[in-house]
Design a protein around this ligand. Structure first.
Ligand code: ATP
Length: 336
């Protein structure tokens, strides 16, 4: 039995986490869910968007499945996502960007993985006003953080048989901060001669990814570029509704989709559960339940390939219809 913390989140969060929970349960893996509240929901319930009980629960179980939580824009409380990642030192954000059967896009054979440093850079949240008409934000970069994110990208490449790691940066302008990232990346790469290594300036990376996404394999970068390029990557393979994610540290891991709480479609029953469900498959893989993870992945692809698509993918299926179809796919005995 595995204890798993479940954060339902805001907006479409409760709908997609419920879908993921029922699909993970259908695999037969014995998961004991411990439900805690964070984000706007918790803010309204108890005046704290990240109650101590949430971090305590994740520290105890070691693993969480998290729905998206709303972050107020421009003012209000700090991002709960960022706070969780920093508090638990979940330094590696991993987002597989993969073409799925049945999802119509302009590209073919896109299969890349984004490694985003999760704990520093402009996300350290150090901002201040300078007089009345100016403000400053501080971009924090340490060798330690650069080294561990690049190393996890290479270790992943070795473990999953990947061929190339590309470091994305702006070291031509930010010579100290991104310059450090690039220098450390080159040093780490030297320890993995069997994996190809290259670097790319972030603006060029955006253009190359739009023109030739198939040429990339693993991309590693700091926090802000990782945020932006994740959404660009989602756009290559059908949108935010299909891109899962994991935030991994040395002790704990939190699995959550790349998308936000999408309040415009909350409660309508049309949210695409795939990103959340595939985040759940990554959680199963992390727990060592490889066969169950594979079952979920195959059932999702079979359902999408069979034309059961939510409106964001051009179909008319509801969250519930897609969820039920995936569960039927998991329960179906394999063809002999
Ligand atoms: P955040 O700032 O929290 O990252 P965001 O402003 O980037 O959020 P999202 O909530 O991620 O925005 O979503 C952007 C748009 O993508 C939504 O308005 C919605 O149309 C679409 N979208 C995102 N996730 C899904 C989903 N699971 N199903 C369907 N549409 C989605």
């Amino acid at each position: 039995m595995y204890r798993v913390t479940l954060i339902q989140g805001d907006g479409i969060g409760p709908e997609v986490t419920e879908a993921a929970r029922s699909i993970l349960d259908a695999t037969g893996v014995d998961l004991k869910w411990e439900v805690v509240s964070a984000g706007e929901t918790a803010w309204q319930e108890c005046g704290d968007p990240l109650p101590g009980a949430v971090l305590d629960s994740i520290r105890e179980t070691g693993v969480a499945l998290k729905g998206p939580t709303t972050t107020p824009v421009g003012s209000g409380f700090r991002s709960v996502n960022v706070a969780i990642r920093q508090a638990l030192d979940l330094y590696a954000c991993i987002r597989p960007i993969r073409q799925l059967a049945g999802v119509c896009t302009r590209y073919e054979k896109v299969d890349l993985v984004i490694f985003r440093e999760n704990t520093e850079d402009l996300y350290a949240g150090v901002e201040h006003l300078v007089g009345d008409g100016a403000a400053e934000a501080i971009k924090i970069t340490t060798e330690k953080a650069c080294r561990r994110i690049v190393r996890s990208a290479f270790e992943y490449a070795v473990r999953y048989g990947r061929r190339k790691v590309t470091a994305v940066h702006k070291a031509n302008i930010l010579k100290l901060t991104d310059g450090m990232f690039l220098r450390v990346a080159r040093a780490v790469a030297a320890g993995y001669p069997e994996i190809e290594f290259e670097d790319l300036i972030v603006d060029n990376a955006c253009m190359q990814l739009v023109q030739r996404p198939q040429e990339y394999d693993i991309l590693v970068m700091n926090n802000l570029y990782g945020d932006i390029i994740s959404d660009l990557g989602a756009g290559l393979v059908g949108g935010l509704g299909v891109v899962p994610g994991a935030n991994i540290g040395d002790e704990t891991a939190v699995f959550e989709p790349a998308h936000g709480s999408a309040p415009q479609i909350a409660g309508k029953g049309t949210a695409n559960p795939v990103a959340m469900v595939l985040s759940g498959a990554m959680l199963l893989d992390y727990l060592g339940e490889k066969e169950a993870a594979r079952m979920v992945l195959e059932a999702v692809e079979a359902v999408l390939g069979g034309g059961v698509l939510t409106p964001d993918l051009g179909g008319e299926a509801t969250t519930r219809e897609m969820t039920e179809a995936i569960i039927r796919g998991i329960n179906r005995p394999p063809l002999k």
